[in-house]
Design a protein. Structure first.
Length: 279
């Protein structure tokens, strides 16, 4: 088999995988949007059929459902507070590990932090929630602490490669001019890390907004602190599921994420590409 034939087969396989992946995503979007416009009776018959008439009453009912506004406020509060800290905390830790620690200590600390990437979150969720409850910090504080600390694992791994592309001479010149570690970081290093910081902010915003498992374990059925994923979960009853309202709630909760991702996706590509230059 010639090299040209192999390349054609490889390209065909790649395009086939992309088309299959596109169709899977399109099917999920179709089912979600179409069923959000159906009545309860129509959605219980089939997920794939079109509704007799497009019914936006589902969205109105979800919006006026008790707990929806509270869930939006709680989710926004938890996410924005956590992201605001993460966007400074993760690059600062990464800079300290990479450029201020001795070489052996830097490598050990980096391996120690990133080793947690190989432990599935579902395994640590239960002991983590039990530990936070034992501290007695309260539900809101516990969620925020987890949202701030868990992104450190992947964030340090991504920032490590990006920081290595920054010439050490920039930081050294700042030190020569009398700048301390913090001033050097915020005035020299942090502005250069803007693409990677944006990547960390966007990816973790998506995770925090949609996080369900740890919120369920810590917040539980508390209506005053429940988040959007828990609110959506409330449409599942003991004997039935309100599919039309559930899908409508999913669409409403996805709107902020979709808008943000459309306008900021270029930063994800730029940040990941920059972090992959030198690892």
């Amino acid at each position: 088999m010639s090299r040209k034939t192999k390349k054609r087969l490889l390209d065909a396989g790649t395009y086939a995988c992309l088309i299959f992946w596109f169709l899977c995503i399109a099917l999920v979007l179709y089912v979600t949007v179409v069923n959000s416009l159906k009545t309860q009776a129509e959605s219980s018959i089939s997920f794939l059929t079109l509704p007799e008439s497009f019914n936006i009453q589902n969205y109105i009912e979800v919006f006026h459902r008790n707990g929806f506004v509270t869930a939006v406020v709680n989710t926004t509060f938890f996410t924005l507070i956590s992201v605001a800290v993460v966007m400074v905390f993760v690059p600062a830790v990464s800079y300290a590990v990479n450029q201020t620690f001795p070489l052996k200590t830097s490598k050990f600390t980096l391996y120690y932090i990133t080793a947690a990437m190989f432990v599935p979150f579902q395994i640590v969720a239960l002991p983590l929630s039990m530990f936070m409850k034992a501290l007695g910090l309260g539900n809101r504080v516990s969620i925020i602490i987890i949202f701030i600390t868990y992104p450190l694992i992947q964030g340090v791994y991504l920032c490590n490669g990006y920081i290595k592309t920054i010439p050490r001479e920039l930081a050294e010149s700042a030190y020569v001019e009398g700048a301390g570690t913090w001033k050097t970081f915020f005035s020299v290093v942090y502005p250069i890390m803007k693409p990677m910081t944006a990547t960390i902010v966007i990816t973790n915003f998506l995770w925090m907004w949609n996080e369900f498992l740890i919120s369920l374990m810590i917040l539980g059925a508390d209506k005053d602190t429940q988040t959007l994923p828990l609110f959506i979960y409330s449409f599942k009853g003991q004997y039935s599921i309100e599919y039309n309202l559930l899908f409508a709630a999913i669409v409403l909760s996805s709107i902020p994420l979709t808008v943000m991702y459309v306008f900021l996706q270029k930063y994800i590509v730029a940040g990941l590409a920059g972090g992959a230059v030198k690892g």
